[in-house]
Design a protein around this ligand. Sequence first.
Ligand SMILES: Cc1cc2nc3c(=O)[nH]c(=O)nc-3n(C[C@H](O)[C@H](O)[C@H](O)COP(=O)(O)OP(=O)(O)OC[C@H]3O[C@@H](n4cnc5c(N)ncnc54)[C@H](O)[C@@H]3O)c2cc1C
Length: 464
Amino acid sequence: MSTHFAIIGNGAAGYRAAKAIRRADSDAQVSIFTEERYPFYLRRQLGEFLSGNLALSEVIFQSRNAYRRERVDLFLMTEIASLEPGDHAVLFASGQRVRYDRLLIATGTRAVPLGIPGLDLDGVTTFDTLTQAQAVQNTVKDVRQAAVLGEGIIGLTLAESLTGRGIQVTQLVSGERFWPEMLDEQASIRVEGILEQAGVTLRRNTQARAVIGAGGRAIGIETTTGETFPAELVACGCRRRPAIDFAKGSGIEVGRGIHVDEALRTSHQDVFAAGDAAEPTAFDEFGQQGAAFCWQRAWAQGALAAASMLGTRAEHVFEAVRLRTIVFGQDLAVIGRGHLAPAGDIQVLELHDEPNVYRRLVFQDDVLVGAIVFGTGETVHELNRLVAEKTPRSEVESTLALTTADSKTDLLPRTFARHCPICAAELVVHHGTRPDAVLRCGVCNTDLVVRWDGERGWLEVRRA
Ligand SMILES: Cc1cc2nc3c(=O)[nH]c(=O)nc-3n(C[C@H](O)[C@H](O)[C@H](O)COP(=O)(O)OP(=O)(O)OC[C@H]3O[C@@H](n4cnc5c(N)ncnc54)[C@H](O)[C@@H]3O)c2cc1C
C-alpha cells in the first residue's frame, strides 16, 4: 500500500513539499487541501498583479492540469476544520473525514481583525489572497484616495501598488517610525523616504479609530488623533498570526504557531508543520520570536518538511532571513535579529561603504546574530549563512571585506532582467552587482550565479 501524504495549505511551503514528495516517491498518494479557489500562485507577487504589471496567468504558477499530470490530488475550496492526530484523520468543514499516514500543516497566517467600527463597509479590504487582490483590482478603477492601515510587508505592498495606479495613498504608522519590530531607525528612515518620495502620505503615531461610511460604502477614516480624512478604499495591512485555530484542542502542541523541532516535526510523530504557521522552538537563539512571515523561509521549509516526512536525511539549512522584499525597486532584507539596538552585550556595526547601500551587522558577544541590508541583494545570501553559522566577528569582517574589495572591480554597468532558469520568475540584476555574485531566486530559492560577458548578462544555476 502506498503512503498517503496529506498537506493542509497550498502556499509556498505546502506546494514545495508536495513537489518534493512526488519527486522522491512516485508511488506515494499526495493530497493538498486548500480553502482557496486557485491552484498555487505567487502570493508575494500580488502587488505586481494589483498594479497591473502581472496578469492572472503570470501570477498563477501551476495549472490544475499540472497537478493532475503529477498525480497530486488538489482539493480546492476545502477548509480543514479540525484534526484527529490519534486516528490519523483530518476533518473538512463540510464534515468529510480523510485519513492520512503523514500530515503537513502549512496554513500560513491570517490578519488579526482590527476591531474598529466600519470594517464591514464596501471598499474595506485585506490583501492576503488572489481572490482578494482581484476584488481590489475591480474596485480601484474608481478610487482616487486610499488609506492603508498598518505597516509590515502587506502595508508596504499595498502602498506601492496603489500609488502605482495613480491613487493618492495615506498610510497610518502606529508609532514614531516605520515598522520598529523589524527595522532599525536608519532602515525605517530609508523606507519612509522612499514612500514619501513616491507620494505616499505617512501619518505617524496614528491608528484608525473607525472607518466612516455612507450608503454602505467607505468614504473615509477617523483616526485616534481625532482627525478625519477621505478614502474610498481602506486597505488593511495589519498584524498577522499563524492560521492554526483548527489544530487547537487536537493535542498537537501550539504556541504562537505550531511547535516544531529542527526536522519540522510537531509533538505528534506523524504530523509536521512548515512555513509561516510553524514555530520552530529550537531556533530561538536566532531571535525569531516564534513564527516568521517570510516566503523564502516557507519555501525552504517546504523542502525540509518533505524530507522529514519521507524519513530521508536532509541537510538542514537554517534560514535566518526574516524579511526579503523589494520596496519601490530597492532590495530590503532583515536577517535574524538585525533590528536590535546596541545595549549590554549587543554591538552594532553600520556600513555605508557604497552609495545608496546600507548594511547593519548586529553582534552579541562578538558573534553575528543579525543584519539588515538595504539597497542591494548582494550580500544577503552570505549574511544568512554567517548568521546561521553563528560566525565570530573577526571572520565576518574579513569575509565582508573580501566581498567589498572584489565588488570594486568590473561591476555590472547596467541593470538587466532575466528569468530564473528553474521557476521562470523574473529577476532583476542591478547595475553595480559583481559578476559571478550569487543571487537567490526569491520564488524557488535556487542559488543563481550572475554572468556578464562585457555586453550582456544572464543567470546560471549555481553548481554545488
Ligand atoms: C501581498 C503580499 C505580499 C508579500 N510580499 C512578501 C515579500 O515581498 N517577501 C516575503 O518574504 N514574503 C512576502 N509575503 C509573505 C509570503 O507570501 C508568506 O510568508 C508565504 O506565502 C508563506 O508561505 P506559507 O506556505 O507558509 O503560507 P501561505 O502562502 O500563506 O499559504 C497558506 C495556505 O493555507 C491555506 N489555509 C489556511 N488555513 C486553512 C485551512 N484551515 N484549511 C485549508 N486551507 C487553509 C490558506 O488559504 C493559504 O492558501 C507577502 C504576502 C502577501 C499577502
